[in-house]
Design a protein around this ligand. Structure first.
Ligand code: AMP
Length: 131
């Protein structure tokens, strides 16, 4: 059974896509901690980040850097927080979360509820800054 994230990559499940290349895919987290909370994944289906081969892990890190730079330009924040949990979806992913204070990256706090229109606006703002 493909993971939900593989189905997103294939376009079987919709996502708010921020950026993509042949190996990596970035999209907004549907239950965001902050506006601009983005997930970055390898297209290859591997559960645990540190089981990725070195080339993929390096590539994912460098792709995440480009996504983080785009988020920084689009969303006012002090910096981009980076988190790896992976307890819910068994497909390696990096959370990029715009931060203004430590509690912005508290995964226990209630998630933001955004309208589809707002998700779309955020997607457009970030993706146009991606280089
Ligand atoms: P974790 O595996 O613990 O890092 O959590 C998985 C993350 O994926 C959570 O923050 C979810 O909100 C997010 N997520 C799950 N399904 C989707 C989806 N279809 N689109 C966007 N984000 C998702």
């Amino acid at each position: 059974m493909p993971t939900i994230f593989s189905r997103i990559v294939k376009g079987e499940i919709p996502s708010y896509k921020i950026a993509e290349d042949d190996k990596f895919y970035a999209f907004l987290d549907i239950n965001p901690l902050a506006e601009g909370h983005t997930l970055v994944i390898p297209k290859v289906e591997v559960d645990y980040l540190f089981d990725l081969d070195n080339e993929t892990l390096t590539g994912l890190t460098l792709f995440s850097k480009r996504v983080a730079k785009a988020i920084e330009k689009a969303i006012p924040c002090k910096r981009i927080g980076v988190a790896v949990l992976g307890l819910e979806v068994p497909h390696a992913h990096i959370h990029l979360v715009p931060l203004n204070k430590e509690s912005d990256v508290d995964f226990f706090k209630p998630k933001l509820k955004l309208s589809p229109e707002r998700f779309k606006e955020i997607t457009d703002k970030i993706s146009r800054e991606f280089v």
